[in-house]
Design a protein around this ligand. Structure first.
Ligand code: NAD
Length: 348
C-alpha cells in the first residue's frame, strides 16, 4: 500500500545542542533533506518542559520542509529551538555553542533567525560555522532581516485571497492583526497603504501604541483580537491560535497571516472550512523570509527573491481553488502537494 504520508513524514534526525560544559540548551530537528540541506531558523524561547521544546522543534521542522518544498526551493526542512534561560546569561557564548552544533552537522542543517533571535545572534553563530544565513545584508546582495520579505508575501497573498474569497480589494476592509512585531508591523503599514482599516493587539503595549499613533489603527485586548469584528484575520504572533476554543468565536471570513503552525491540529482546518472560513495555509503565504534567507545562502540575486515572492500569491490561489473545487480543507491540499514534492525528491 502506498502511503505517501508515512513515507515522507518521518523525522530524519534530532540533535541535542550543548554548551562546552555539556549542558543541554536545545535541539536541532531535521525533518527532511530529500530536496537539499534542511533549512529553517533558530527559535529562542522559554519552555516549561524539555519535551515541549522538542515537540515544538519537530512541528516547526516539518513546517519548514513543507514550506521549502512548496516554494520550489532546493532545500529540505529543519529547525533549531534553544531554551531561553530564566536568569542572566552570556548570549553571544550561547549562540557560539549553537554555531558549534550546526557546524558539527556538516551542512545538513542551515540556520537563520526565528522568533527571539536577531541578526546579531546569527553573527555569533557565524563565528563557528558558515552554515548560517540571515546575516547583515551587503549592498546589492540578498540577505539581512527576512521579516520585510515575509510581510510582502503575506500582504500579496491576502490581497489575492481577498479578491478570490471575498470578491473585494483590501480598500475599505477591516483586518485584525494579532502580533505587531517585525512581520505584523510591516504588514500593517502595507495594509494601511492599501486602504484597509486595522484592528491590532500585542502583549507589548508600546508596539500597539506606536501603530495606533502612526496608522490610526484601533487597539483591542489580546483576548479580543481573534474574535474582533473584521473581514480578515492575520495571526502574526505565535502558533496554535486556531483551535476548538477559538474557531467558534471567529468573525473574519478569511484568515491569512505570518505565524507558523496557526492550526493547533489538522482537524482545525476542517472546522474552519465547515464554518465557511477561508484559511490561507500559513507556510504557503509566509515563505518570503526563507526565500530571502535561501537566496543569501545560495548566492542568488535580489531579482530572484522578487520573482520567487511574486509566485506566492498565485500558488495560494491555486490551492484555494482546488480546496473549493474538491471540497477539501486548504491545509490538506497544501500538505498533500508538499508531501508529493518531497517524496519525488526522495525518489530522485
Ligand atoms: P516577533 O517576535 O518580531 O513578533 C511577534 C509579536 O507577537 C511580538 O510583538 C509579541 O509581543 C507578539 N505576541 C506574542 N504573543 C502574543 C499574543 N498572545 N497576542 C498578541 N501578540 C502577541 O516575530 P516575527 O518575526 O514578527 O514573527 C511573527 C510570526 O511569524 C511568528 O510565528 C514567526 O514564526 C512567523 N514567521 C516569521 C518570519 C520572519 O521572517 N520573521 C517568517 C515566517 C514566519
Amino acid at each position: 500500500v502506498h502511503r505517501p504520508h508515512e513515507v515522507t513524514d518521518f523525522q530524519e534526525d534530532i540533535h541535542v545542542v550543548s554548551t562546552a560544559d555539556g549542558e543541554p540548551i536545545g535541539v536541532i530537528a531535521i525533518h527532511s533533506t530529500a530536496l537539499g540541506p534542511a533549512a529553517g531558523g533558530c527559535r529562542f524561547w522559554h519552555y516549561e518542559r524539555r519535551a515541549d521544546l522538542t515537540a515544538d522543534a519537530i512541528r516547526l521542522a516539518r513546517g519548514m520542509s513543507y514550506k521549502n518544498a512548496l516554494a520550489d526551493l532546493p532545500l529540505g526542512g529543519g529547525k533549531a529551538v534553544l531554551q531561553r534561560p530564566a536568569g542572566s546569561f552570556d548570549r553571544a557564548a550561547m549562540f557560539r555553542a549553537f554555531g558549534n552544533a550546526v557546524e558539527s552537522l556538516g551542512g545538513a542543517y542551515i540556520t537563520a533567525e526565528d522568533v527571539g533571535t536577531s541578526v546579531e545572534d546569527m553573527a555569533a553563530v557565524r563565528e563557528r560555522t558558515r552554515f548560517v544565513a540571515g546575516l547583515r545584508a551587503q549592498p546589492g546582495k540578498s540577505g539581512g532581516d527576512p521579516s520585510p520579505w515575509t510581510a510582502r508575501g503575506v500582504f500579496e497573498s491576502m490581497r489575492a485571497a481577498s479578491r478570490f474569497a471575498l470578491g473585494s480589494d483590501l480598500d475599505g476592509l477591516t483586518v485584525a492583526v494579532q502580533g505587531t512585531g517585525s512581520v505584523g508591523a510591516a504588514l500593517c503599514r502595507m495594509l494601511r497603504a492599501a486602504g484597509a482599516r486595522l484592528v491590532i493587539a500585542d502583549v507589548d503595549r508600546r508596539r500597539v501604541d506606536a501603530l495606533v499613533a502612526e496608522l490610526g489603527a484601533r487597539a483591542v485586548g489580546i483576548d479580543d483580537i481573534l474574535s474582533a469584528d473584521a473581514d480578515i484575520l492575520a495571526p502574526c504572533a505565535l502558533g496554535g491560535v486556531l483551535n476548538g476554543r477559538t474557531i467558534p468565536t471567529l468573525k473574519a471570513r478569511l484568515i491569512c497571516g505570518a505565524a507558523n503552525n496557526q492550526l493547533e491540529t489538522e482537524a482545525d482546518g476542517e472546522a474552519l472550512a465547515a464554518r465557511g472560513i477561508v484559511y490561507a495555509p500559513d507556510y504557503v503565504v509566509n515563505a518570503g523570509g526563507i526565500i530571502n534567507v535561501s537566496a543569501e545562502y545560495l548566492g542568488e540575486a535580489p531579482e530572484a527573491v522578487e520573482r520567487r515572492i511574486a509566485e506566492i500569491a498565485p500558488r495560494l490561489i491555486a490551492i484555494l481553488d482546488s480546496a473549493a473545487t474538491e471540497q477539501v480543507p486548504a491545509n490538506t491540499v497544501a500538505d498533500t502537494r508538499a508531501r508529493r514534492i518531497i517524496a519525488r525528491g526522495r525518489r530522485a
